[in-house]
Ligand binder design. Structure first.
Ligand SMILES: *Cc1c(COP(=O)(O)O)cnc(C)c1O
Length: 230
């Protein structure tokens, strides 16, 4: 069942790439396995997927311990500074950096571990009160400040678009995030690269790919609905 779902998502990613005149290799599929058991992750792993996304530190750590070491883990959820220790060195990319204090904590932890942590800046493109992320107009200054931290590297931008019935409604946010990333690259800030655009989920990943997403984070369409009640 998971294999069939994956095949259908793969076909949809391919079609979206073709429509946009992009190569399939430009888009990384991150399978969002939050709330789902390790056995399901193994099944998706067996189908060839190597990038998985989690939004809770505890769950990320547990799955990291249990599952094959060649999995690339992506931290996509809001991160508290006191939990940074359990993420740096485990997550290949932290998508959800939304404050300089958090960036600073990640930098310090990366220095301790002797690594360079890769991060994305989360931008609240739709200015929703319910969401984390910095405002678009703050992004450039934020990136310039984060660039001073030598044990982290800003690799791009991430956004979580609103939950909408028609994915077309989110096209403007995706295209604006892409424009923002282009504007920031033009500034040629040292130690900053804007190669990654993490945008698009189950409901809107095709539109996000058409607008330039390089990483799509897909949970429900692969693993099925999540049950938070249990
Ligand atoms: C849960 C989650 C996703 C996946 O959402 P689906 O709609 O299930 O595809 C993507 N990104 C973030 C940040 C998430 O928390």
């Amino acid at each position: 069942m998971l294999r069939n779902r994956l095949e259908s998502i793969e076909a949809r990613i391919n079609d979206a790439c073709r429509r946009a005149g992009r190569k399939r290799e430009e888009v990384t599929l991150i399978a969002v396995s939050k709330t789902k058991p390790a056995e399901m992750v193994e099944e998706v792993y067996g189908a060839g997927i190597r990038c998985f996304g989690e939004n809770k530190v505890q769950e990320l750590s547990e799955k990291y311990e249990k599952l094959p070491k060649d999995i690339h883990w992506h931290m996509i959820g809001h991160l508290q500074r006191n939990k940074v220790k359990s993420v740096v060195g485990i997550a290949e990319l932290i998508h959800s950096v939304d404050s300089l204090r958090l960036a600073d904590a990640i930098d310090k932890e990366a220095q301790k571990k002797g690594i360079r942590a890769k991060i994305l800046i989360e931008v609240n493109m739709a200015r929703e009160d319910s969401k984390f992320g910095i405002m678009p107009e703050e992004a450039l200054d934020f990136v310039k400040e984060a660039a001073k931290l030598t044990n982290i590297q800003v690799q791009g931008l991430m956004t979580i678009a609103p939950f909408v019935a028609d994915p077309e409604e989110n096209r403007k946010y995706f295209s604006a995030l892409r424009k923002l990333s282009v504007d920031i690259s033009k500034e040629k800030v040292n130690n900053v690269c804007m190669g990654v655009l993490s945008m698009g989920m189950t409901n809107d990943f095709e539109v996000a790919i058409e607008e330039g997403a390089t990483m799509v984070r897909i949970g429900t369409a692969i693993f099925g609905e999540r049950n938070y009640a249990v």
